[in-house]
Design a binder for this molecule. Structure first.
Ligand code: NDP
Ligand code: GDR
Length: 374
């Protein structure tokens, strides 16, 4: 029997990798996508299947985590074996701007899905994965963070995800559902949203190197994160639903670096050696030396990074470092890609795009480069 999976957030970074992964495993994949005024399926266009061809394996349904009747109807129609709840307003800084919406989608959205599964009598059939987060640890109580480390969320996003974490545990305990949390630390890829810090850096520096932007404006570059590759992490999401008993797992690499280091690596991939000078809001990064052909727009001395306090958060999560040993011991999971390999891959992809834009510009066909930041 072909297994059916339903993915909320299929148009996002993780949803797109997970859909690819499940299709390769032979699943029939259903995804919920939001109606938008412009196309929002770029990350899954390459796996899209025309619904007119016989037996399509990928199906998209319009929906929203704020809409109970819509979610219930989709689950009733699909009768999924596995639900992966990846949909969320996932930007921490934006959650301070839209706390109520974030709570509705990231907290109550999870409850809506769990209730729909229960209401439809699927609680013994449908397995449920909740995209929990290292942001739950917030003001960290223990280093490294593991499954037993107490939570102290530091943003409306993290508080909403705390509700989802516990409601998932509660449905497991109360109704015997196979429901579990993956407590995932930051994971990135060339498909990462443009306003998360890694992608902001790789895309911004590639644009600057090609003369499409002048300077990268950053927030707290002392922040420390445990970054992995999204491809490795979606494999783990699936593994968690294939066990005999449901359990919550920390997914991380166990290695930590600063945002400043990520800036240095990204610049180095472009052949740029940076020099950081000044302190606090006055810190800048300037070009010390250039090697190779990837940064024709730059010369030594150019200032290409400055601090802009608008990117500081009302409450910051300064440091995160995960302990993935439980996942390794019980599930045999280990990340295959290092953060440096991932950074190189992201720079290569963003440089390709920047070069295309620069070439068009050179020939008088300038395309607008979105300078929206986050
Ligand atoms: P993205 O921001 O890339 O994707 C989020 C997805 O959720 C998109 O498909 C988005 O749709 C969808 N979405 C947003 N709002 C709604 C809504 N109201 N109803 C239905 N769908 C909605 O996130 P990631 O792929 O990076 O992360 C996946 C999940 O994992 C998220 O829940 C995130 O909070 C969590 N997480 C992520 C980590 C990371 O480092 N990436 C770490 C730990 C947890 P659209 O494309 O239309 O915007
Ligand atoms: P995070 O990711 O908040 O950890 O949430 P993000 O990449 O946005 O920030 C990481 C750290 O970098 C600092 N930072 C900046 N961040 C952004 N976005 N822009 C900047 O200019 C900037 N300068 C410094 C931040 O302050 C922070 O300390 C991500 C999301 O994917 C969540 O959905 C997920 O739950 C967590 O990772 C784990």
């Amino acid at each position: 029997m072909t297994k059916k999976a339903l993915i909320t957030g299929i148009t996002g970074q993780d949803g797109s990798y997970l859909a690819e992964f499940l299709l390769e495993k032979g699943y029939e994949v259903h995804g919920i996508k939001r109606r938008a005024s412009s196309f929002n399926t770029q990350r899954i266009d390459h796996i899209y299947q025309d619904p007119h061809v016989p037996n399509p394996k990928l199906h998209l349904h319009y929906g929203d985590l704020s809409d109970t009747s819509n979610l219930t109807r989709i689950i009733q129609e699909v009768q999924p074996d596995e639900v992966y709840n990846l949909g969320a307003q996932s930007h921490v800084a934006v959650s301070f701007e839209s706390p109520e919406y974030t709570a509705d989608v990231d907290a109550i959205g999870t409850l809506r899905l769990l209730e729909a599964i229960r209401f439809l009598g699927l609680e013994k059939k449908t397995r449920f994965y909740q995209a929990s987060t290292s942001e739950l640890y917030g003001l960290v109580q223990e280093t490294p963070q593991r499954e037993t480390t107490p939570f102290h969320p530091r943003s409306p996003y993290a508080v909403a995800k705390l509700y989802s974490y516990w409601i998932t545990v509660n449905y497991r305990e109360a109704y015997g559902m196979y429901a579990c949390n993956g407590i995932l630390f930051n994971h990135e890829s060339p498909r990462r949203g443009e306003t998360f810090v890694t992608r902001k850096i790789t895309r911004g520096l590639a644009n600057i190197a090609q003369g499409l932007e002048d300077c990268l404006y950053m927030g707290n570059i002392d922040s420390l994160r445990d970054w992995g590759h999204a491809k490795d992490y979606v494999r783990m999401q699936w593994l968690m639903l294939q066990q005999e008993n449901p359990e919550d797992f920390v997914i991380a690499t166990g290695v930590q670096y600063s945002v400043r280091q990520f800036i240095e690596w990204s610049a180095a991939e472009l052949g740029i050696t940076l020099e950081f000078t000044g302190e606090g809001v006055d810190e800048i990064a300037s070009v010390k030396a250039i090697q190779g052909e990837n940064a024709p727009a730059l010369k030594p001395g150019d200032v290409i990074m400055r601090i802009d306090p608008q990117y500081f958060r009302p409450a910051e999560v300064e440091t995160l470092l995960g302990d993935p040993s439980n996942a390794k011991t019980k599930l045999g999971w280990e990340p295959e890609l290092t953060v440096q390999e991932m950074c190189a891959e992201m720079v290569v992809e963003d440089l390709k795009t920047a070069k295309r834009h620069a070439l068009l510009k050179e020939h008088g066909y300038e395309l607008p480069v979105s300078l929206e930041n986050g």
